[in-house]
Design a protein around this ligand. Structure first.
Ligand SMILES: [Ca+2]
Ligand SMILES: [Ca+2]
Ligand SMILES: [Ca+2]
Length: 667
């Protein structure tokens, strides 16, 4: 990229006589030392050698930006330190060529990266900078933990089954995607359970995505030539049709056609067969659906070029993993170039969290600053802001990773085809919602992969992976469908509303968290009680989410049981002044889908049996105000109709009174 670099050596001769000072003031008072220590965002332990990030005061920004101007005679105290420690350059972390005004208002212009010889004592240099009044924070450029990208290649097995008739798309391998529609077929997993999926089939009848919704996959490079991804890639047309080596669209990045490669600092997105993590994640969200090949993406369209678009914001490349600085830039890039969902299946090592002091004082780090910038950027008219989705982490710890654990981002835990927690998923603190992440199982000594998630690989083929890295893009894909549906219907939400609707459109998790799970993945045993109330609000449900965006209450119904529905429960505070009439409509389609039997109204209670799992709607007539509808000169209530969604699942329970009890996730 063409960032203005401040080359310090240019000033060295000018200011050769400038006073040298001790880089470490050995005689400092302990109060001063404490002041310096408070400026440290993280520890030196995982720092990338030769790199340091500093957050400077406003006055210093003006001076540092003035470097190189002819009238400039003095060196800032920051430059003096940099000079003393032999720094090569000080350059702004963020890209002020785009949206500079907003970035300055947020203080993003105050982050600088200092490039140093690799052999300097970074901690001591950091202390020198921190001792300056003009430096408010110092951050070591820690690298993220490279997630496992081991995939088991697709083995050619497609289990023909009854599922074929219900899957709406013609993708060759859609049969193997249990997370889209789990019908409890044992070849996926020994203790597989029906309905433990994301309930996307009925949602696809409402929307399959939109090409104006952009999801940034912040990960290793997305293989944009993959036959099942190439049609759903975000494309920077100006660069595609522009000149090599030229920043044709002036966004600060040269040749960024499908995104930008921050790991290698170049426009070209890179991948290798062994480096499929980002490609796998991308396929779950946006593999082209209904194109006759491979798999279906959650928001991959209907085969008519109408899927959501994937932007590759690359932060890992082979053995290269980006540090804080490049990650900040990658997130900023996504915001500046149109993404409204940030897909993040990565995190820092548990020991690399910013200190508790930083959490408590609300002090930002460079990556936090970038994430907050993404959140505050609206690139889709259906949502005010950007949605950040993180994988909770695979350490099996009762704490989400960092930055996933921050309150502002969704952090996704992983469940297996049995609807129980996976052996690896993080849970508890900082975790928000659960989605299918998949799990291996063993038959004797041989490992079976069908319980994992099948998606695209960087060699142009397909393969299975497991992890919260796979659960996370399920939520990103569902969010992308939600934005598509909202745009289709002219709806607009604040980011808080959108997140709230997503987090409450879930199926109950806690009801199955009793006893133990014999761990098919590792041979160990999970105590399920440990996970109660700790897997997030519940298991994400795509159809419920779209209904929630539409403002239609979802009523869970147990399959094969007669249930009594009290619509009054869904009237909000209007219950006492709204009378439910014995009049309703159910479409033939809903009747057929749910296999409805024995339906009748008794008073204002509705009795129904759904013999098949599925979703449909019922419209009920009511009188608002009074007991009867008025008409002509008659004084009376107003006739209104209200739509409800019936969600019939095997897992739904009914209470003693026959009332549906599954309260979690109701609107
Ligand atoms: Ca460009
Ligand atoms: Ca170009
Ligand atoms: Ca496909």
């Amino acid at each position: 990229m063409n960032k203005t670099k401040i080359f310090l050596f240019a000033l060295v001769t000018l200011l050769a006589a400038s006073c040298m000072r001790d880089t470490i003031d050995q005689g400092a008072l302990s109060a001063e030392e404490a002041m310096v220590a408070r400026k440290f965002i993280n520890t030196v332990d995982s720092a990338v050698p030769g790199e340091l990030i500093i957050y400077v005061d406003k006055a210093s920004v003006a001076m540092l930006e003035g470097v190189g101007e002819a009238t400039r005679v003095a060196m800032t105290d920051i430059e003096q330190i940099a000079d003393e420690v032999g720094a090569y350059s000080i350059e702004p972390v963020f890209n002020l060529k785009v949206n500079a005004e907003r970035k300055r208002a947020l203080g993003m212009d105050r982050w600088y990266a200092v490039s140093l010889p690799e052999n300097v004592d970074l901690e001591s240099v950091a202390r020198s900078f921190a001792s300056l009044e003009s430096v408010e924070r110092v951050e070591f450029n820690m690298a993220i933990e490279k997630p496992s990208s081991e995939a088991i290649p697709f083995d050619g097995n497609i289990f023909s089954s009854t599922r074929a008739s219900v899957m709406p798309f013609n993708d060759e391998r859609i049969e193997m995607q249990w997370s889209l529609n789990n019908t409890a077929e044992a070849h996926f997993y020994p203790t597989v359970k029906a309905g433990e999926d994301i309930n996307v089939l009925p949602a696809w009848e409402l929307t399959t995505g939109r090409p104006d919704i952009i999801v940034a996959v912040v990960d290793s490079g997305v293989c944009y030539t993959h036959p099942d991804l190439k049609d759903n890639m975000w494309v920077n047309e100006a660069e595609l049709n522009g000149a090599d080596g030229v920043d044709d669209d002036g966004n600060g990045y040269v040749d960024d056609i499908y995104g930008y490669n921050f790991a290698d600092n170049m426009g070209r997105i890179m991948w290798s067969a062994k480096d499929s993590h980002g490609t796998h994640v991308a396929g779950i969200i946006g593999a082209t659906s209904n194109n006759g090949i491979g798999i279906a993406g959650i928001a991959g369209g209907s085969g008519n070029g109408d899927g959501v678009r994937i932007m590759s914001s690359q932060i890992m490349s082979g053995s290269n993993t980006a540090g804080v600085k490049s990650i900040g830039e990658a997130i900023e890039y996504a915001a500046d170039n149109g993404a409204s969902i940030l897909q993040c299946s990565w995190g820092f090592k548990p020991g690399d969290y910013p200190s508790d002091v930083m959490f408590e004082s609300g002090s930002a780090s460079a990556e936090y600053q970038a994430l907050q910038y993404f959140i505050s950027t609206s690139n889709c008219p259906a949502m005010d802001g950007g949605l950040v989705v993180f994988a909770a982490g695979n350490e099996g710890m009762p704490l989400a990773g960092y930055p996933a654990a921050y309150n502002d981002y969704l952090s996704v835990t992983a469940f297996a085809p049995d609807g129980l927690p996976t052996y690896y998923t993080c849970y508890d603190k900082g975790c928000n919602i659960s989605a299918p992440g998949g799990e291996y199982y063993f038959v004797g000594n041989s490992m079976r992969e069908y319980g994992c998630i099948l998606s695209t690989l960087a060699n142009g083929d397909y393969g299975y992976m497991q992890g919260t890295s796979q659960a996370c893009p399920h939520v990103s894909g569902i969010a992308a469908l939600g934005l598509s549906y909202a745009l289709d219907n002219g709806l607009n939400f604040t980011l808080a509303e959108f997140k709230s609707k997503l987090l409450t459109s879930v199926n109950n998790f806690d009801s199955v968290l009793v006893g133990t799970k014999e761990n098919v993945g590792t041979g160990g045993t999970l105590n399920l009680n440990n996970y109660r109330g700790k897997m997030g609000t519940g298991k994400v449900d795509t159809y419920r989410f779209l209904m929630s965006l539409r403002g239609t209450a979802c009523i869970p119904v147990a399959v094969g049981q007669e249930v009594i529905i009290d619509f009054n429960k869904y009237m909000g505070d209007g219950e006492t002044s709204i009378k439910v009439l014995s009049k309703y409509t159910i479409s033939d389609e809903t009747r057929a889908t749910l296999g409805i039997e024995g339906e009748r109204m008794i008073g204002d209670k509705f009795i129904i049996t759904c013999t098949k799992p599925g979703c449909g709607t019922i419209t009920v007539s009511m009188v608002a105000g009074g007991t009867a509808v008025g008409g002509g000169q008659l004084v009376g209530g107003m006739a209104i109709e209200k739509e409800f969604a019936l969600v019939a699942r095997e897992g739904n329970t009914v209470g003693d009174s026959g009332m549906v009890e599954d309260a979690a996730g109701w609107l």
